[in-house]
Design a protein around this ligand. Structure first.
Ligand code: GDP
Length: 414
């Protein structure tokens, strides 16, 4: 069943190497029920790090896409490489995704490479959520990382959860909007969450954080400000609505915390992705060039994320397999159908899309499909003379999507 486009989220998890991107991705997939068999980063058996050679080197190289469902939304997670050598690849993924979750380590905080990635995300206007991870580690400080984010990244983090304790004393998190304490049981792999009243010694701390949050929200909206003055508080829906607008505009970043290794804080990230990050409808339509404009025809083309627009699809990754190359494609407009011949405007040649798949969380499991609608991401087998960054379109409606200079990378899974 196709997913309604407004319920689609094409997002990436971005992080400095070692901040916990792999662990967070895996916990998200597990929590969303997409994978049932757990791997462990330390022995290189996680689902997203499955290339044993690369896993050995500790580099997350599986820069493709996996899909999971969370509540009413379908989330396509587009992997972004964390290693410094892959900056160009990070740029490529940032162009394909609509929103990002940026993971920071509560110990190391904002590192040089986080600054690079943050600026790249700024350049591509990617709305972001932040996750301050590893609160259980010695030297962890939630507030220090927030401060570094403001100073070094010029970010505007808005905490929606705060930690209860830190280091060995880290116990859980407080949901500031709902005024609840959440304790996670890592023995149950995050399935058990005990929700309680906020512990007494945290009531005042949580209220201080909450009033900072309400101030930020009320300041942005006259009606909310009036409501706040009249009632002394704001309802959940108002907080979320205003925060969503500000997040999409790139003005604020909803920020969460926890320790993904022990599943703490994973559910708020998933809720945050659904609530605050854009669907393909919330981002500007893709633009491209008409490769052979006839007289009076425009050279610049805009394609809206609609099924009845001409097809515009971008190959953002090619994974070489023993049998056939698997192209990861984002469909910006129109419907991509299997068994069709499409134009590659770079070469002027036709390419045959023989099979298409939705990529599931377990990268080895693929669900075959006949068509993929505007906004979605899929795997395609068939195109031969293609490189990453190529467009696929209809012969009678050619478009060359604006392409950044992608270095050619073909990763071998054989
Ligand atoms: P990546 O390089 O960003 O993908 O980071 P990984 O997910 O591979 O994590 C790096 C290391 O930190 C691994 O040994 C993880 O087990 C560990 N790690 C990740 N998250 C946490 C956390 O929340 N707490 C603790 N204590 N360790 C973590």
């Amino acid at each position: 069943m196709p997913v309604p486009i407004e319920k689609l989220r094409n997002i990436g998890i971005v992080a400095h190497i070692d901040a916990g991107k792999t662990t967070t991705t895996e916990r998200i997939l597990f929590y969303a029920g997409a994978i049932h068999k757990m791997g462990n980063v330390d022995d290189g058996t996680t689902e997203t790090d499955f290339d044993p050679e690369e896993a050995k080197r500790g580099i997350t190289i599986y820069s493709a896409a996996v899909t999971c469902k969370w509540k009413e939304c379908t989330i396509n997670l587009i992997d972004t490489p964390g290693h410094v050598d892959f900056t160009a690849e990070v740029e490529r993924s940032l162009r394909v995704l609509d929103g990002a979750v940026v993971v920071f380590s509560a110990v190391e905080g904002v590192e040089a490479q986080s600054e690079t990635v943050w600026r790249q995300a700024d350049r591509y206007h990617v709305p972001r959520l932040c996750f301050i991870n590893k609160m259980d580690r010695i030297g962890a400080s939630f507030e220090r990382v927030l401060e570094q984010m403001r100073k070094r990244l010029n970010a505007k983090p808005v905490p929606l959860t705060i930690p209860i304790g830190a280091e060995h004393g880290f116990k859980g998190i407080i949901d500031l909007v709902r005024r609840k304490a959440l304790y996670f049981d890592s023995a149950s792999q995050g399935r058990t969450i005990t929700e309680t009243e906020i512990p007494e010694d945290y009531v005042e701390i949580a209220e201080t954080w909450r009033s900072q949050l309400i101030d930020i929200i009320a300041e942005r909206d006259d009606a909310a400000m009036e409501q706040f003055f009249a009632e002394g508080d704001l309802p959940e829906e108002t907080i979320f609505r205003i925060l969503r607008q500000a997040t999409l505009a790139g003005e604020l970043q909803p920020t969460f915390t926890g320790t993904s290794l022990h599943y703490v804080g994973v559910q708020p990230i998933l809720d945050g992705v659904n609530r605050f990050l854009p669907s393909p409808l919330d981002v500007p339509p893709v633009t491209g060039i008409n490769p052979r404009p006839k007289k009076n025809e425009p050279t610049e083309l805009v394609r809206k994320p609609k099924n009845d627009e001409p097809l515009a699809a971008l190959i953002f990754k090619i994974v070489a397999d023993k049998h056939a190359d698997l192209c990861f494609v984002r469909v910006y407009s129109g419907v991509l159908k299997s068994g069709t011949r499409l134009l590659n405007p770079r070469t002027g040649k036709k390419e045959f899309c023989s099979q298409m798949w939705h990529i599931q969380a377990d990268a080895r499991e693929k669900i075959e499909t006949d068509f993929v609608e505007a906004g979605d991401i899929c795997g395609v087998i068939g195109p031969k003379d293609v490189v990453t960054g190529d467009t696929l379109c209809e012969q009678q409606h050619p478009i060359l999507l604006e392409s950044i200079a992608f270095p050619e990378t073909v990763i071998s899974m054989a």
